[in-house]
Design a binder for this molecule. Structure first.
Ligand SMILES: C[S@@+](CC[C@H](N)C(=O)[O-])C[C@H]1O[C@@H](n2cnc3c(N)ncnc32)[C@H](O)[C@@H]1O
Length: 263
């Protein structure tokens, strides 16, 4: 499952799954990109709005716009930030004028784009010369602990289907340095690349597991499609691999970030 299809679900389930990491990641991406008050910024693939919220806090809601192809997510972002202009649109076709922003950002989105080169081209087009284009993606194959442990457990219980869906294998642009190559090939200058490490807290394993059953994101969709016995086996394997129980715990997650200047 690619693109926006895996995200036509409730924003609440997203917030309790991947979204748990999103506010910390947004703060780190904003620092990495050098977003400063006085700028006007666009959040591409905003989801329910974690990065949009952080941008609105730093720049003022009137200086922030967002685009998102999943209608439930765009609606959730609008409800949270009524003063932000949120458009239902994919990165590949942004409904904004040339040079409209000082910065275009996207968080955990490039690997979901149907055509990342076209999406990048649009982010560059709507950013003025001298402005910044920045993104981050999970290190799915390495140190995004939650998803790495999920797919390794899935491979134990349904090797063939899990191998075909493992985000550490199927997601483009998520290996170390790959985003920087995409940025350079889009003609961006002064390209910077580096890791962002964030944490999320869980009340216990059930708190981590429950949102997956809603089918959100590729991991949730995989989980939801399993029959009951395999889902129970996955739950056990996943919990064993994470070595957690009913007590509160934290997980860390690494993303790769990139930023470059529009010529
Ligand atoms: C992992 S979520 C990230 C959401 C949000 N940026 C965050 O950090 O919480 C991936 C998002 O990318 C969106 N998406 C999928 N395909 C897209 C495309 N072609 N252009 C823009 N966004 C897309 C999904 O609908 C989803 O909201």
């Amino acid at each position: 499952m690619a693109g926006a299809e895996a995200f036509r679900t409730s924003a609440d389930a997203y917030d309790r799954h991947i979204g748990r990491y999103a506010p910390q990641l947004a703060a780190a991406l904003i620092e990495f990109a050098g977003i400063e008050p006085g700028m006007r910024a666009l959040d591409v693939g905003c989801g329910p709005g974690a990065l949009t919220t952080a941008l609105a806090e730093r720049l003022g809601a009137a200086n922030v716009c967002a685009a998102e192809p999943s209608e439930p997510f765009a609606e959730a972002c609008r409800a949270r930030l009524p003063e932000v202009q949120v458009e239902v649109a994919p990165a590949e076709s942004l409904p904004f004028a040339d040079d409209a922003f000082d910065a275009a950002l996207s968080q955990l989105v490039v690997n979901f784009m149907r055509d990342a080169e076209a999406g990048m081209g649009e982010m560059v087009r709507v950013t003025r010369p001298g402005g910044v284009v920045a993104s981050c993606v999970w290190d799915y194959a390495g140190e995004m602990t939650l998803l790495r442990a999920f797919w390794d457990s899935a491979r134990e219980i349904d090797p063939e289907r899990a191998a075909a869906a493992d985000e550490g294998v199927v997601m483009r642009w998520c290996g170390e340095g790959e985003l920087a190559e995409l940025w350079r090939s889009a003609g961006l200058r002064r390209v910077r690349f580096g890791p962002l490490v964030v944490r999320a807290s869980y009340a216990g394993f059930e708190d981590l597991w429950a949102p997956l059953l809603a089918g959100v994101a590729p991991s949730g969709a995989f989980c939801k499609a399993l029959d009951e016995d395999r889902r129970a086996a996955l739950r056990d394997a996943f919990q064993r691999r994470l070595e957690v129980g009913d007590a509160p715990f934290e997980l860390t997650a690494r993303a790769w970030a990139v930023a470059g200047t529009v010529p």
